[in-house]
Write a protein that binds this ligand. Sequence first.
Ligand SMILES: Cc1ncc(COP(=O)(O)O)c(C=O)c1O
Length: 393
Amino acid sequence: MELSQDVEKIKYAIRDILVLAKEVEKSGKELFYFNIGDPDKYDFDTPDFLKSALVEAIMEDKANYYSNSAGDQNLREEIVERQKRLWGTDLDPDNVLVTTGASEAIAFIAASIAPGTEVLVPSPLYPTYLSYLKFYNVVPVQYNTRESDNWQPDIEDIRKKISSKTQAIILINPNNPTGAVYSPKVVKQLADIAGEHNLLIISDEIYDLLSFDGSFRSTASLTDVPVLELNGISKTLLSPGWRLGWAILRDNEDKGYSDLWEALAKQSRIRLCASSPVQVAVSKVLNKETDYLSSVINKLKKRSDYFSKRINEMDGLSLVPPKGAFYAFPRIHKDIDDQEFVKNLLQETGVLFVFGSGFGELGKGHFRSVVLPDIEIMEKALNIVESYLMTIK
Ligand SMILES: Cc1ncc(COP(=O)(O)O)c(C=O)c1O
């Protein structure tokens, strides 16, 4: 078959490194997995109330059909209620589109934007954005987030990079891969620029409830400019394998995003619907069960603090301590390229991180680790990393 050249544009370092990991594992080495942002692969479990709601939805035979393409109506209403409860934002259920993970929403958005135009994306960033935008021939223009400023977006750099072709500014908050949580002040400044230039803000808030000190604020609660928010259950409801997410458009002043919304809705119709039983289950618990989170955050924060302390004590690495999500993004202060560092470390010791250059231009010279493993495993792996560092210049 003759294949589309566009397929070559798809890169996903987080999973690409696994090919080498499998080879290393086959050779008999014990692997330490610090590479994938899936809490359920570590000692975090999908809450029982959610599992029971799914079993009930299936056994009662009330959800085994195709749902509306845009999403189960009750779920859309519960999503609006969630946003009101958490962030005080007033949204409309008709402006909620339920998807198979936020990833599907990202694909729909990228596919809807005119080829040849530009979208501003943070650097470093979650690589799915780069791949989908490139795949659909939209140009991702990377704006800096500043390590020296806790990885906050560089407002002046955003200003400089806006052109007549720019359509939207993406922000990822709390951030993958840096673990940054953006200050409300910076988000407001960014929103003001978007307002000045009539740009849509695409705000990925999939880790919204996972800021360690609760300082996160939803973009739509900080500005009146149009915001397309992405969210889902993978991270905050600890259920990435269930594949449920959503997009919410908040355009109070009707600045003309109904065409975009219809483009997303059209794509949702050709794929029929997101998993119907999962939607019903989530609609039953989304605003009722909230107590489980504090222990999750406590556990995450302890692990993140331990990881940060250990990395910052090492000769050859430094780290801006994460403020949320599951990730840390250490800088390598050695004369070695980040890909080589991660690959050599994996081959020689079995410790698996993801190389930073897979997360955009400013990812170079870094690696991404999750802070999900328990402290005993972290200690073992970080001791190995410490010894490995002594072997390189
Ligand atoms: C910033 C960000 N957005 C989206 C996703 C994908 O979310 P989902 O599982 O809902 O497709 C991830 C997953 O790691 C992520 O880190």
